[in-house]
Design a binder for this molecule. Sequence first.
Ligand code: UT7
Length: 353
Amino acid sequence: MKRAMITGWGRCMPEPTVTNDDLASVIDTSDEWIATRSGIRQRRVSHVDNSDMAAVASRHALAAAGLEATDLDYILVATCTPDRFIPAMACHLQAKLGAVNAAATDTNAGCTGFIYGLNLAAGLIATGSARRILLLGSERLTPYLDLNNRDTAVLFGDGSGAVIIEASETDEGIQSINVGSDGNLAGALTIEGAGSSWMDIPSPVQVVMDGREVFRNAVVGMVAAADKALADAGWSIDDVDLLIPHQANIRIIDATTKRLGIDPDKVYTNIDAYGNTSAATIPIALSEAIDKGRLKPGAKLVLVAFGAGLTWGATAIQWGQRVEPKSTSDAALPPSERTGIEIMVDRQRARYG
Ligand code: UT7
């Protein structure tokens, strides 16, 4: 069976930026609290649809792989914040890209969505059902934040990351991948007020989270998933050149790093700049790490995530020799007329008066 490998990568971060001090001007919080409890210093707020960010990230990924949109035979979007419930966001994205030869669908595993997406993509490649897959982790979470709820309003941000998955001609690519879920802990992290359960009970839409419960399970779940990915690949932790964990909280990342026994210099973090962008954190970080020269040719890469469900997953990837894009794209979002905090405050007023 063919292994799946990542041959293109790209990201789109909307320009409007909200600092902790911006939030502290409208919420009872402080830069000090947010930075020490979570590691977040600022986040991006999208002024466009999730699928608009996804289209920009996708164009960069296609260019990096040297492909045209019409070469794609499958588009899979990992998201919990699609433009609409129907149709799948992947269909909007398909139209924006002109990817007329592709099947298109979404998958939702909360913050673990990108690893679930990789798992599905690897299966499509292995069975020959698809040959050139566009996979995204893409989220527009800030519309779900309630500025009256400081527990969650300070943690999340918007952004999109894309990869191209193709069949490997060698033994490089995904060496192992595992995903899991415990639905008994579904209540620990939910979006309330949106979905068919709420149609008879009008209710404000908001993220609801038991932060401590999620935190505890995140560390245990990410360590177990990464350990399994390593064992299944026949690697030890010392073999790993770069670990990209889900970016939810720097303290979760630090505790996971310590328990795995990996050198912190091998762990990529960017939570300070973007906050938690759910399923988008890993593909955004991957594309950034490559651009910054953090992923070397032939590197052994581990990706690990944890999120709503509760879900978890990890993969061990033997990277090829190419860490340069085959080509580049100048795709970008239009400028925003409002600042990030203006977007958030206007939205809050429209919703709650
Ligand atoms: O991607 C997966 C999804 N999310 C996660 O993985 C998040 C997991 N959990 C976490 O990251 C952390 O639990 C949080 C960052 C959410 C919270 O950190 P914590 O150290 O667990 O804080 P806490 O919940 O124990 O709250 C401590 C205090 C409370 O005050 P009291 O009751 O001790 O007086 C909160 O009311 O901090 C207060 N607090 C705040 N204070 C200032 C909560 N949010 C804020 C805030 N600013 N934004």
